[in-house]
Design a protein around this ligand. Structure first.
Ligand SMILES: NC(=O)c1ccc[n+]([C@@H]2O[C@H](COP(=O)([O-])OP(=O)(O)OC[C@H]3O[C@@H](n4cnc5c(N)ncnc54)[C@H](O)[C@@H]3O)[C@@H](O)[C@H]2O)c1
Length: 392
């Protein structure tokens, strides 16, 4: 028997019952729902990861829509419960939705929302931060300083890698991978090699200067500097072999599960840096720990882990690993934007609005000085459900 779950209620007399499984940043998302006649119930249970039973208890007998989190298992059981309670809308407060069985949702007629368009730069900035922190051994040096071990400048103290002129490798050059690539190329003048199943036109337009102006490489040359180079690799191995810093940005699915494993680690340079801000299971973490032990100059920066919230045994002891608790999207602007987009995904379906035609162009939904468009910003199974599409 499920235990009752603690909630906070806003606008108790609202016509539509919308649940958020977690308190989310900002208040705009709550106000937007209330203004459209929603009763908003926010789960305040002091438990980081809610179980399927907890969420069934939250849904109850009548529920129009739920805003959920990437830590929750949204499969057949929950979509069946939501559908029985009359619900037709769910949104993850995340861009990735590997925790959601979209086919099950579609079977029950439930729209599934996600929140692209607000995480790109924030997540890419964390990947860039981890790349720099690993290259310049910032965390190790900070620990050394705080431990009172610094007794004067030394030629060999915490010597790391110079990024300028080295090669950055990007695996998965979608929104975030492309933004990260540009940061490393423009900011640190690194050469680029990327691998993706598809050609990344947004990235190639920048590096080749297809807008009729100089490419970044030509611009550097014209300024008397060494131009950067770039190429699309024909295999992931090519990136692993050639790059000095490799950042992983694919979605998690069966093609990317353990993409980095014992064999792929063996291909990489002994002093390479590996960064993961995508999803934990993209790396075989047991193989990674072993590789870190065998190769002390190989360094990693990890935001995500295979069995969150846990780390595989041995990882936390490795000096050549920087580990942070899944904070890649954790900037105030992004998190408030994610909350707003997730709430509007649910609201749009509850009110029968169409789906926004370009989920990457969501500025109008985020402008606090005007009401958002009457549309759901991003519904991933819109086509499968035959939902109407709004014009921009
Ligand atoms: N750590 C975090 O907090 C955080 C924040 C945001 C996003 N993410 C993760 O990052 C992922 C990427 O986000 P995005 O907005 O850039 O998505 P996106 O869909 O724009 O890009 C993903 C790219 O991966 C490529 N890809 C898919 N399978 C591949 C394979 N087998 N090999 C190589 N490339 C492959 C796709 O072609 C696509 O270009 C999300 O799915 C999410 O899991 C994590």
């Amino acid at each position: 028997m499920a235990q009752p779950v603690a909630i906070e209620v806003w606008n108790p007399n609202g016509k539509y019952r919308v649940i958020s499984t977690k308190p989310m940043p900002g208040t705009r998302w709550i106000n937007l729902l209330i203004e459209q006649d929603c009763r908003v119930e926010i789960c305040t249970q002091k438990k980081t990861i809610l179980s399927v039973e907890d969420i069934i208890a939250l849904i109850g007998d009548k529920c129009d829509g739920v805003i959920g989190q990437l830590t929750e298992d949204w499969g057949d059981t929950l979509f069946s419960a939501l559908s029985k309670a009359g619900g037709k809308a769910f949104s993850n407060m995340a861009v990735g939705y590997n925790n959601v069985d979209v086919n099950a949702a579609t079977k029950y007629g439930v729209a599934v929302g996600n929140t692209p368009g607000v995480l790109t730069e924030t997540t890419a900035e964390l990947a860039a931060s981890l790349s720099l922190a690993a290259a310049r051994r910032i965390v190790e040096a900070d620990e050394f300083m705080r431990a009172g071990l610094y007794d004067g400048w030394l030629p060999h103290l915490f010597v790391g890698n110079l990024l300028k002129g080295q090669t950055v490798g990007v695996i998965g050059a979608g929104r975030i991978g492309s933004a990260y690539a540009r940061m490393m190329v423009e900011g640190f003048k690194m050469n680029l090699i990327y691998y993706d199943l598809y050609q990344s036109t947004r990235l190639e337009k920048f590096v080749t200067g297809m807008y009729g102006s100089l490419s970044y490489g030509q611009f550097l040359k014209a300024s008397g500097e060494q131009p950067v180079t770039w190429k699309r690799a024909s295999s992931m191995e090519e990136v692993l072999r050639e790059a000095d810093v490799i950042s992983l940005h694919p979605i998690l699915d069966k093609t990317t599960y353990h993409l980095v494993n014992k064999d792929s680690l063996a291909v990489m340079k002994k002093e390479a840096i590996l960064v993961n801000c995508s999803r934990g299971p993209v790396i075989d973490e047991v193989a990674l720990v072993e590789h870190l032990k065998q190769n002390p100059m190989f360094r990693v920066g990890l935001d995500v882990f295979e069995d969150e919230p846990y780390m595989k045994p041995g990882l936390s002891e490795m000096k050549n690993a920087i580990v942070v608790p899944h904070i890649a999207s954790a900037s105030k602007w992004t998190r408030e934007g994610m909350a707003t987009l997730a709430a509007l995904n649910v609201l749009g379906k509850v009110k029968g609005y169409p789906v926004w035609s370009d989920p990457n162009r969501v500025d109008l939904f985020l402008d606090e000085n005007s009401p958002p468009p009457a549309a759901s910003p991003s519904i991933v199974n819109a086509k499968a459900l035959g939902l109407p599409v709004s014009k921009l």
